[in-house]
Design a protein around this ligand. Sequence first.
Ligand code: PMP
Length: 361
Amino acid sequence: MSKYFSKKFDALEAYVPGEQPQDQKYIKLNTNESPFDPPRAVIPVIKDQSRKLRLYSDPESRELTQAVADYYGLEFDNVMVTNGSDEALNYAFLAFADDETPVVFPEITYGFYKVIATLNNIPYEEISLRDDFTIDVREYEGIGKTICLANPNAPTGIALSLEEIEQIVRTNPDNIIIVDEAYVDFGARSAVPLLYRYDNLLVTQTFSKSRSLAGGRLGFILGAKELIDDLKILKNSTNPYNVNRMTAAAGVVTLRENTYFKNSCQSIQFNRRYTQRALEELGFRVLPSSANFLFVRTDRISGEDLYLALKEKGVLVRHFSDPKISDWVRVTIGTKTQMDVFLSKVEEIFVEQDREQSKGE
Ligand code: PMP
């Protein structure tokens, strides 16, 4: 840190993203990307837009915003598209939480929430999960603070029901509830239908996971027009051309390719069940996931050692050093072939462990 760096960031611990090795050496099951390419139809539109790179993108990304609105049965004014959903979450915290209205989120959740709260000088409170990693909805009822919930939660993968989300939204009418649906397409119920009835709800989603566009950086936030207008003030005061023209065009095409999208979500769900069963047979504890990842642990090897051993064998998974979850690893669901390699490497690690142990006896 330089001596010039503002003291106001003394408490800021930047978010540490998962490893992104730029060679293709690893089977990457560490940052919940899709194992499938985007639909082929995005390539010509990206090429076409690349010829116009001289020109700024549309600051409102009108075609894409309308396409998102149509897809979810909303109006243009209920949507703001963003540079990944992280950007939307940052604006939502900045707009709807402050000293008087702190933000509340579960103690185990997406690490970025804490970072953006600190960055924006917003006090935050964390609510513990139950021992089985589920969220106790009663703890959020009538709490009178801004609430942010990932649904399904990360890194657990456990989802709340639509009724539970509604209960939180309904009992906090004077506060904003942000539901981060980055993983919703893999098996949870979206809170979008609640937007027709509640004006204190914001829903964020992303093209990074189920729509295979992580590298394009595209997300969006949905809510009542008044809330979206507030967010647009912050967006236009920070980064007016937040979505580049190639990504915006790719987003429109991706939304049209609905069969491709449905099929890839189904494959992930199939591969998730397959991997869960195989891991349970190997003695793992696996949390019930509605996302494109599994959160798993075993008594045979620590989370960190399993992560390191897998990395040595060419498979990247995610390990978090937070002591509350350091026994666990998060495994992104890839193709069936990738999951078979992952499972065979786990078995190999166990065999090697047994061999070492019998040597020592
Ligand atoms: N929410 C959750 C729970 C996530 O895990 C992620 C991905 N790291 C995001 C939001 C943000 O993803 P993106 O900015 O790529 O849309």
